[in-house]
Design a protein around this ligand. Structure first.
Ligand SMILES: [Zn+2]
Ligand SMILES: [Zn+2]
Length: 130
């Protein structure tokens, strides 16, 4: 049983890595089920949760949409397009974010999650249909 769980887990982990675009649980399931039709949606969801808990992947909670999963576990920022709903890595770093937080409220910063919102270059070319 344990062995089987491990195999499924690594399939899910690999799929998140291959999708490399902050996939939703549904998108991960779709991709897994193409290659492994016997794996159920529940199994994929459960393994995503365990992988995120163990720090093998990063769960990004997006305020107005489904959670995303990221194979990049380093703290980094995201920017979400309000039109196409895609989530992108925001490449630049804000300097001194640790000391900014720690200097202001006595907390020791462990982790953070910042999701900016904007309109991606592709969507800026399209007329706003909404
Ligand atoms: Zn967009
Ligand atoms: Zn990311």
């Amino acid at each position: 049983m344990i062995r089987r769980n491990t195999v499924q887990r690594s399939i899910v982990l690999q799929t998140v890595g291959n999708l490399h675009n902050h996939a939703t649980a549904d998108e991960v399931y779709e991709a897994v089920s193409k290659a492994y039709p016997n794996i159920s949606r529940g199994t994929v969801y459960r393994n995503l949760a365990v992988l995120a808990e163990d720090g093998d992947i990063r769960k990004i909670e997006v305020a107005d949409g489904a959670d995303r999963y990221d194979h990049n576990t380093e703290p980094h920022y995201h920017i979400k397009c309000v039109r196409c709903k895609n989530v992108y890595d925001y490449g630049r770093r804000i300097d001194n974010i640790n000391s900014f937080i720690e200097g202001n409220n006595g907390f020791q910063l462990i982790d953070y999650e910042i999701v900016f919102r904007g309109i991606c270059p592709n969507c800026q070319k399209e007329p706003d249909v909404n």
